[in-house]
Design a protein around this ligand. Structure first.
Ligand code: EPZ
Length: 424
């Protein structure tokens, strides 16, 4: 079993290049199912969820060929719909984009129910609402989701009951080759929705309004191949920004889009850090005194839920009591139990964590309970007195490209070690 070992105390200093965004790369990879041609995707992050998605497409008959650093050629011409394997699909959430892309290309879909981080219920009722509005007949149980239709997807109007990134993406994928025009209202506005729209339009689709809450999609007959570069990962960037602030260091992040980081930059400044923004760079300087602050996560452009655990660690170091409210998921505080092993004083009541800051953190043996919680434990370990061992780090590697190497470059005393699994 692999573990990350961190000896706390270093102030992070230096420069780190941010990788392509996992949550933009995944929908774009599955969008290639719609394209019976070669697509070259650049700035692809080297993370487990992306590698698994490549293998899911390969298992369906696509060819996926690395052609350089963080660049891959995907050709789904020979891909067969409905042939993804349950044991692969159920490992991640993003595999459910096969529903939209298979329905969009073949007029039908058949995919095992997706997996993903455990944040309480993660239903797909809005996805189903969208597929049915497009003329699909959906049969879904806890095991499988099947979509069938007489004529393939037909343009329609959909008003989502609430903002959902996944359902917005899935309807976009199903609608780009539909007969007629589709209007999505109450759409998610995340930068990765815009990135997907830009990719689809580069392949000849007609998507407008992405980034606003109304997205219009005029169906086209087919899509052609293209070359496309994924946007930088705003959550990876936010993670290193918080690590810089928490360790009282000074870190330059390159290959970022400062606009995407506004809610995180603003909250870090409220907590006392200094954030300087340039064209594709931000510099974060942490201060001795970290101020308490209250956080409520919200769909973009609000404070991202995927930055909630990391911010909670910073607030553990602040003077005073801070409140962190989770506005997107039912439960996203499983990491609190691990943080308290390191001396944090946090009480969770429903969807709010009350953090009594200023208690020193000390090293401990902890685990990554999910992707972002795992990286939050790394930040806590960087700030703790003594040594921390973090297990289940494969969850961190789902979404962070070379996190140990990047933190080492910034001066962290951090190692990835392989510990023989306990026998018996
Ligand atoms: C995407 O998940 C991301 N995953 C998540 O990132 C991210 O936290 C989330 O968007 C919000 O930004 C990927 O991109 C692979 P949603 P998704 O549809 O699509 C509920 C990470 O760490 N809901 O916006 O599942 C749902 O249960 C991961 O990189 C319904 O009830 O997010 C959740 O509570 C973690 N019915 C909320 O809405 C539906 O039909 C947000 O879901 C759909 C969603």
């Amino acid at each position: 079993m692999d573990k990350i070992i961190v000896k706390g105390g270093a102030c992070l200093h230096g420069s780190v290049e941010i990788s392509g965004m996992k949550n933009a790369a995944l929908p774009i990879i599955y969008a290639c199912v719609l394209v019976e041609d070669k697509c070259i995707i650049e700035n692809v992050p080297d993370v487990r969820d992306v590698a698994l998605s490549f293998n899911i497409l390969r298992s369906m008959g696509a060819t996926v060929t690395p052609i350089g650093k963080n660049t891959v050629e995907i050709d789904c011409t020979e891909l067969k719909g409905g042939t993804s394997k349950r044991e692969m699909v159920q490992k991640i959430r993003a595999s459910y984009y096969l529903l939209g892309s298979e329905f969009g290309r073949f007029g039908e879909a058949n995919v095992a129910y997706p997996g993903g981080c455990d944040f309480g219920g993660r239903p797909i009722d809005q996805h189903i609402k969208g597929f049915e509005a497009l003329g699909g007949t959906v049969n879904a149980d806890c095991d499988h989701v099947q979509i069938s239709s007489e004529f393939g997807p037909r343009g329609t109007n959909i008003f989502f009951d609430f903002v959902t990134v996944g359902a917005t993406i899935n309807v976009m994928l199903a609608a780009v080759l539909a007969e007629g025009t589709t209007i999505i209202e109450n759409a998610a506005r995340e930068p990765h929705i815009v990135d997907l729209a830009n990719f689809l339009n580069t392949c000849g689709a007609r998507v407008s309004g992405a980034g606003t809450d109304v997205i219009k999609i005029k169906g086209v007959n087919s899509l052609h191949g293209c070359t496309y570069a994924i946007i930088p990962d705003m959550i990876e960037a936010g993670t290193y920004m918080v690590a810089a602030a928490a360790t009282g260091g000074c870190v330059k992040l390159t290959n970022v889009i400062p606009k995407h980081l506004e809610s995180v930059s603003s909250k870090l400044e409220e907590a006392g850090a200094v954030v300087d923004e340039y064209d594709d760079t931000v510099i974060v300087t942490g201060k001795e005194k970290i101020r308490k602050a209250n956080v409520k996560t919200h769909p973009y452009p609000g404070f991202p839920t995927d930055m909630q655990p990391q911010m909670a660690v910073l607030l553990c170091l602040a003077n005073g009591v801070s409140y962190v409210s989770e506005g997107v998921y039912e439960k996203r505080f499983r990491y609190v139990e691990e943080l308290t092993k390191m001396g944090a004083v946090i009480k969770v009541a429903g969807r709010t964590a009350v953090i009594e800051g200023g208690k020193p953190l000390h090293g401990a043996s902890v685990r990554a309970v999910d992707l972002r919680a795992g990286v939050a434990m790394v930040i806590a370990a960087l700030c703790a007195e003594g040594t921390t061992e973090i297990s289940d780090i494969h969850l961190i590697e789902r979404g962070y490209d070379d996190v140990v190497g990047k933190l080492k470059t910034l001066g962290a005393d951090i190692e990835k070690v392989t510990v023989p699994d306990m026998i018996g």
